[in-house]
Design a protein around this ligand. Structure first.
Ligand SMILES: *[C@@H]1O[C@H](CO)[C@@H](O)[C@H](O)[C@H]1NC(C)=O
Ligand SMILES: *[C@@H]1O[C@H](CO)[C@@H](O)[C@H](O)[C@H]1NC(C)=O
Length: 265
């Protein structure tokens, strides 16, 4: 969402009820689709005023980060999580499209500008908008964390969000990252064009997956997000993880860009 539109939405919260009734649904839909762009407003440093325990206090619109009941990430053995045997229900119809890469401070994101296609879940089409990485993984399995987690973020025409998560342990390099990494050398804080990127090259590696309804894992922590976590743990090289971490400033400060669990077993 553009700065000015965001500003307008903020203002609308305070003006007349008539306006609010007409415009608030639009603003909500717009806010649903975006993670926070100002990466300096929150941090991953535990025990500080901007750390994960306090995200809900930084901004009125982030309150759900603290008091929400459907917050992500979770442990995959949590009661909210169902395991599905077959990705057949999840139809991926991705296509190569123009993309750019951006260092958002907390993470590196690949943002599709063109039509990169959709996934269909339960009869709803969700358009692929971007993917980014967290290290270590945010979702855990029986308390154990992997080295890296990719989030592919999708949104439907009515502003609902679906995220696919893929986790990685150390091993052979990941092919999708191998293509991206040469572009990170000269990356400042400006978006950089990547040309055509095929999201079909993000491999799942298994048809089995976990499903639950949760939230964005960064502010505004919007709830109602449909999560699909691929069951198989894929591999990434140590070098690839190090390059991703070194590129973002969280690595220097706290070595972590993963939100702690929001739910206990
Ligand atoms: C899919 O649809 C069914 C039936 O309407 C509903 O109960 C279920 O929660 C939906 N699942 C997701 C992930 O949206
Ligand atoms: C989870 O971890 C506990 C403690 O290590 C263990 O006893 C239990 O069997 C594990 N559960 C699963 C499903 O792996």
């Amino acid at each position: 969402m553009s700065e000015s539109l965001s500003f307008l939405c903020d203002r609308l919260l305070f003006v007349s009820i008539v306006l609010t009734i007409h415009f608030l649904p639009i603003c909500n839909a717009l806010q649903m689709e975006t993670e926070v762009a100002d990466e300096t407003a929150f941090t991953y440093e535990k025990g500080t005023s901007t750390g994960p325990e306090n995200w809900g206090k930084i901004n009125q619109q982030w309150r759900v980060c603290n008091n929400g009941r459907m917050q992500s990430p979770v442990d995959l053995l949590d009661g909210r999580v169902e395991i599905h045997p077959d990705l057949g229900e999840l139809k991926r119809d991705y296509k190569p499209a123009l993309a750019s890469v951006k260092n958002r401070g907390h993470d590196i994101a690949v943002i599709w500008k063109g039509n990169a296609g959709v996934i269909n879940i339960n009869g709803t089409a969700y358009k692929l908008t971007q993917c980014h990485w967290h290290s270590p993984s945010e979702h855990t399995f029986n308390g154990s964390r992997n080295k890296l987690e990719l989030h592919a973020v999708h949104s439907s025409s009515d502003g609902k969000i679906a995220v696919i998560g893929i986790t990685y342990k150390y091993g052979r390099p990941d092919r999708f990252l191998a293509k991206l990494i040469p572009h990170l050398n000269s990356l400042g804080h400006e978006e950089k064009d990547l040309g055509i990127i095929n999201p079909g090259e993000i491999k799942f590696g298994s048809r089995k997956y976990y499903r639950y309804i949760g939230s964005l894992t960064v502010p505004p922590c919007t709830e109602g997000v449909v999560w699909t976590i691929v069951h198989k743990v894929r591999t990434v090289s140590r070098d690839q993880v190090r390059i991703l971490r070194d590129a973002v400033h969280d690595a220097m400060r706290s070595d972590v860009s993963a939100r702690g669990l929001k739910s206990k077993l």
